[in-house]
Design a protein around this ligand. Structure first.
Ligand SMILES: Nc1ncnc2c1ncn2[C@@H]1O[C@H](COP(=O)(O)OP(=O)(O)OP(=O)(O)O)[C@@H](O)[C@H]1O
Ligand SMILES: [Mg+2]
Length: 335
């Protein structure tokens, strides 16, 4: 990709962040993001990454979200950096006016995207365990920090960009599971215990030399930590349909992540959290086929049918153990 001059509004945002950008500086727009414009800007001291939130997401369905969410993303980065050093790119500044933040640029040669590795069948369960451990450590640290609820008044954003488009949109397509899906929304909203990232997906995790680095916290929310755990485990189940040859590896990642997470739970009985995650997981699974944001790599009916059969059965007869959810999924895969 050829380097070009960054747009003036991005340069204005950097100026307000007091980040010096010499005249003639070039950059590249990065691909991958649907909810923001992401630029790599080549400064004399090295590259930085600038992310500016869009009011309207680049997805097929009309999906809008306030650009103020960028501020909470920066705030989540501050909290995570303090709780687990090295778990986020270094934050360089945030500008409310443009809804933009600047951070260190982490090159893909050294920090490959976990999603790319999984697509290629590279399923490292020790890395998955570190993902579970780091997510849980942010949850644990924030569960005892009384400043967090006031710093993240994001109930409405979380509802608009997570609960409604995933669970409620899916309920509209599955009227016979609507009550179960609505109940999951209510439970998730009622368990305000930790700072939730809200988008713990392999596409938002870099596999760095010192462990996982988390990006894209624009759904950050003071709420139910089970959401992060279930959301990430859901992606590992779905990867079995993308790269079937690595199914056993993905399932090993699932088990390792869940176990490592569970070992760090300090704020409530681990079995309570696990039961909420195990019940939420089928709702999220179905949402990635029939919700407003379906995964792009499931494009034919047979794998969709596997998702629907598993998820609909579990929504009707919930399980409380994540291992049992895994076994139900495996049984459907092998049918
Ligand atoms: N600090 C960074 N260094 C290097 N690459 C980055 C950095 N931040 C983001 N990227 C790249 O840009 C991609 C999109 O970033 P991000 O997920 O934050 O944007 P987004 O628009 O919110 O994405 P989406 O909503 O599609 O998940 C990432 O998957 C990653 O490849
Ligand atoms: Mg992202």
């Amino acid at each position: 990709m050829t380097a070009i001059a960054p747009p003036p509004e991005l340069l204005a945002a950097l100026a307000r962040m007091a980040i010096a950008v010499p005249a003639g500086t070039l950059g590249q727009q990065l691909t991958g993001g649907v909810s923001s414009d992401i630029w790599r800007i080549d400064l004399p001291d090295g590259a930085i990454c600038v992310k500016r939130a869009l009011g309207r997401l680049k997805v097929a369905a009309d999906w809008r979200a306030p650009i103020g969410r960028n501020r909470y993303e920066a705030e989540w980065m501050r909290v995570a950096a303090a709780a687990v050093p090295g778990s986020v790119p270094r934050l360089l500044g945030q500008d409310e006016e443009a809804g933009a933040l600047a951070m260190a640029y982490l090159p893909p040669e050294t920090y490959p995207l976990w999603k790319t590795q999984l697509r290629d069948g590279l399923a490292d369960s020790s890395f998955a365990a570190r993902v579970g451990q780091r997510v849980a450590r942010v949850h644990a640290a924030t569960s005892v920090d009384s400043s967090i609820p006031n710093r993240f008044p994001t109930d409405e954003i979380f509802y608009d960009i997570r609960l409604a488009p995933y669970l409620l949109a899916t309920a509209a397509k599955h009227p016979d599971r609507a009550a179960a899906l609505h109940a999951l929304v209510a439970t998730t909203q009622a368990n305000k215990r930790c700072l939730v990232h809200g988008d713990i997906s392999p596409k938002n995790i870099l596999a760095g030399p010192n462990g996982p680095v988390f990006l894209d916290a624009e759904c950050a929310w003071w709420g139910d930590p089970a959401f992060d755990l279930a959301f990430c485990l859901n992606h590992l189940l779905l990867k079995c349909l993308w790269t079937p040859a690595a199914t056993q590896g993905f399932l090993a990642c699932y088990t390792a992540l869940a176990a490592a997470y569970r070992a760090e739970i300090t704020w409530e009985p681990p079995e309570s959290l696990e039961a909420r995650a195990a019940r939420l997981l089928p709702g999220l699974l179905l949402a990635r086929v029939d919700g407003k944001s379906p995964v792009e790599y499931i494009t034919t009916e047979p794998p969709r049918a596997i998702v629907r059969r598993t998820a609909r059965a579990l929504l009707a007869d919930p399980l409380d153990r994540l291992q049992d959810v895994r076994h139900a999924w495996e049984a459907e895969l092998n049918r």
